[in-house]
Design a protein around this ligand. Sequence first.
Ligand SMILES: C[S@@+](CC[C@H](N)C(=O)[O-])C[C@H]1O[C@@H](n2cnc3c(N)ncnc32)[C@H](O)[C@@H]1O
Length: 269
Amino acid sequence: MEQSVLKDLGKFEVEPKFAYLWDRCVYEMHYNVPKYVDELCAAFAEYNITKESQILDTCAGSGFPALDMYAIGYKNITCVDASEDQIELFNAKAEAKGLDVRSEKCLWEDLPAHFDPEQFKALICKSSIWYAGGGWNKDVEITKESTLKALRDTLSAFYSLLAKGGVLYLDKFKDSEVDHKDTVGVFEVDGKKKELIFWTNRDKEAGIRRAKMIIKDVETGVEDGLPNVTYDLKEEELEEMLHEVGFSVVKPEMSEEKFFTPWLAIKNT
Ligand SMILES: C[S@@+](CC[C@H](N)C(=O)[O-])C[C@H]1O[C@@H](n2cnc3c(N)ncnc32)[C@H](O)[C@@H]1O
């Protein structure tokens, strides 16, 4: 989705970190965050998830949406993530806003060792589940088999943490996503003009999806960015796996979720 007017992200002395740029994109370009949070909370409310419920954001990133939910009164939110840079930014934002919540490091595979079985009424896994097999911010070898096994283990871990009647929100890039390379913003580092580019590519034959946030030096044309590489997971495969693990599945109405297909996965028994 090429933007007609590029977002001016400002001037920096040193190159901003990935987590910071992702945060600016989420909050200033991709989402109307208050509207998205309203829709998510309304979907949760259908399953009696309230401001008092115990909620775990399993990949809280720089705060979207857990920090925003905390700010409007969901005070029992626990936040974890895999990446130091995301955790650092989450905690800096929380501190700056005077919010008494912090994120800490925990990988999905380690969640059952960190928390009690059935501890949570809701889990959030936003914009991330396809990284269950690895490949977040690194170039790794990916196979369908290893990814589906890791996905099953991750979803089973999520299932074990949910109380009966509890709900997991998750989403995935759309099956219909087409390859794109879009310049979304401009900024300056030490006086040098840079462009921020979003790029995705799906190699249908190999069944691999690659995605990158690229920083381009406008003068030299040199492009750089952290790789993200995963199995090109299909919506049907994810739904099947959710069922296998024991969830029933519904698709919530979330008009503000334009990039990903959202699901609520419910633990009935
Ligand atoms: C695209 S970001 C989404 C962050 C946030 N949920 C959002 O929507 O802005 C993906 C996040 O998944 C996290 N992640 C990837 N693999 C993970 C794993 N195995 N365990 C926990 N977090 C993971 C990354 O550290 C990163 O913060």
